[in-house]
Design a protein around this ligand. Sequence first.
Ligand SMILES: [Zn+2]
Length: 245
Amino acid sequence: MRRRLIFTSGAGVLGVAVVNTLTGCSTTDATTPSPETSGKSGAVSGGTPNGVVGDWQRVNLDFVSVYLLIRGNEIAVVDTGTSSAPPDIEAGLKAAGHGWDAVKHVIVTHQHQDHAGGLAGVAPAINGTIYTGAGEVEAITASKPLKGLQDGEEVFGLRIVGTPGHTAGHISVFEPDTGVLVAGDALNNMGQLTGANPQYTADMAAAAASVKKLATLDVKAILPGHGEPLTTGASDALQKLAASL
Ligand SMILES: [Zn+2]
């Protein structure tokens, strides 16, 4: 199967490539939007022009996304997709005018294979630090050591927010300067903003508490692991969701 790979950034679509689709996933393929539907996400705005503070780029792997947070000549990659994702991440870096050498930080939100699986290819390619939640470190295999992060720690101007529930050590990444929230699987936006998917979530009560915690942040854009980035009305949608849990 062939599919279109669409890179979305705050500044719009940076590039479209045709790549071989990846195989296997632990999440809801059936509800995955078609590539054509995903393509519409190219119209989203909310970031700032390439290379400026606040710029982000989505590497849309159809059922899961990797996000590149580009700050000057340095990039933080949040989540790594499955084991077949690294070539797509590399294409995303190139579309943004960069390469692996710009990646100084890789932050994995949690241990699930559709988020951590790409580390097999990403770890050897980069000269930077790999982080995950302190509670996830032991569950993730990588060829380089992972640095465990606690709630409230800062990396590259990004605040780590402990969001347990989906997994015990799940973390989200929030940038106070821009209001960008990379939520991993603490939030989904497949059709509408929801909390963690009960089908794959270890502790729904903890996950609900984490959504309420995220709702206390001054969020301007939500970049979820699954579904579309939410760049308008993100705060309102998050408040509403938190109130419903
Ligand atoms: Zn997950």
